[in-house]
Design a protein around this ligand. Structure first.
Ligand code: SMG
Ligand code: MG
Length: 374
């Protein structure tokens, strides 16, 4: 008999946490991180999802404000009071909503956690994960000086990270990558431009080919695949798409025209775990490796990322660093923290659902807005 759950209550919690170190990308520097936590309640159980839309539309068009509007006005009403037995029931109810993947992911993922808990299995098992530990790296932001950047990289290498991603932008690229490569000749290294370049910059990007990078991530426009295909045709280093792949269809279109040879899967960017699994499977069929991106998640989103990254085609280390890299001790909303293993992996939690416990007092301490829907 398939499990059936009636969604009795959904709560939205907008929170803001300070970052332990400011994080700068080509679109700006962040000192704090905002997100919306979603809790779905049924049969005495609670499932949690994290919507990673940020305060402003810098990484993607969604913000905490737009996501709140879409969740409260459209997505929550579509599932509240409904009976669900699989995540597909939620996806079907969201079919009329166009766009707003991060908002959809927040609600859908809360139901995934709820259903996995009801089944008494870990989320990793529920999604079909096969690995007990997932390979991870660390994403290093732009720093005020090259010396400061080298210090940051050294700190993370000393902590045990076996793969480093550097953020690049025009004026902070070839020389920076050269300096890091000279100091760490064998370090698995990759770069992420967050859309900061155009076709006019192809010579700069081709200059990166000499540094033996794992990949170059999203150099061009946040919706582009055509220009990326033109670059990949000339570049030895695999192009990896992040921002441009915001649905399984976008992944297929990109692969069809050879716009990239690797895809960064972020659960929220693609609209939830269901879409993330579809992209994983599509890439596996086509022989294209994927890896799990990060959005400075709390331990709630991180636990979902770790579960997802336990699937077999996650063949490159994820941007899923240890909890201590993100928020001050005692402030993350869920426990236990994720710790880095000596082999640059995180262990996949074995407890039911996400395998972390959300602490209501920590959510309340960080919360700026709260909505209870019954
Ligand atoms: O979660 O460790 C992390 C950050 C990984 O660099 C990271 N994410 O474009 O891939 C990316 C960026 C987006 C961060 S915007 C908040
Ligand atoms: Mg990226």
């Amino acid at each position: 008999m398939a499990l059936e759950m009636k969604i009795e209550r959904i709560e939205l919690h907008e929170i803001e946490l300070p970052l332990v170190h400011p994080f700068e990308t080509s679109f700006g520097r962040e000192f704090t991180r905002s997100c919306i936590l979603v809790s779905a309640h049924a049969d005495g159980l609670t499932g949690w999802g994290e919507c990673t839309a940020d305060a402003g539309p810098w990484y993607a068009y969604e913000t905490t404000g737009t996501a709140w509007h879409i969740m409260a006005g459209f997505l929550v009403p579509a599932v509240l009071g409904q009976t669900v037995s699989t995540p597909a029931d939620v996806v079907a109810r969201f079919e009329r909503v166009r766009g707003h993947p991060m908002a959809r992911a927040g609600v859908e993922n809360a139901v995934w956690d709820l259903l996995a808990r009801a089944e008494g299995v870990s989320l990793a098992e529920y999604v079909g994960g096969t690995m007990a530990r997932v390979a991870v790296g660390v994403s290093v932001g732009i720093e005020p000086t090259l010396d400061a950047l080298l210090d940051r990289v050294a700190q993370h290498v000393d902590e045990g990270y076996g793969r480093v991603k550097l953020k690049i932008k025009p004026g902070w690229d070839v020389d920076v990558v050269r300096a890091v490569r000279e100091r760490w000749p064998d370090l698995p290294l990759q770069v992420d431009a967050n859309c900061a370049y155009t076709l006019a910059d192809v010579p700069i990007l081709l200059a990166l080919d000499q540094f033996d990078l794992l990949l170059v991530e999203q150099p061009f426009h946040h919706d582009d695949i055509v220009d990326h295909a033109k670059l990949q045709a000339q570049m030895r280093t695999p192009v990896c798409l992040d921002e441009s792949v915001h649905s399984p269809e976008h992944a297929r279109w990109a692969l069809d025209i050879d716009a990239c040879r690797v895809i960064n899967i972020k659960v929220c960017r693609v609209g939830g775990l269901t879409a993330a699994l579809q992209i994983h499977d599509l890439c596996a069929e086509r022989g294209v490796p994927v890896w799990c991106g990060g959005m400075l998640e709390t331990n709630v989103g991180r636990a979902a990322n770790v579960a997802l990254a336990s699937l077999p085609n996650f063949r490159l280390p994820g941007d899923i660093s240890a909890s201590a890299r993100y928020y001050p001790e005692g402030q993350d909303v869920a426990v236990p923290n994720f710790e880095l293993n000596a082999d640059s992996t995180l262990s996949v939690p074995e407890g039911p659902g996400l395998g972390v416990a959300v602490l209501p007092e920590r959510v309340a301490a960080a919360r700026s807005r709260h909505l209870v829907c019954v």
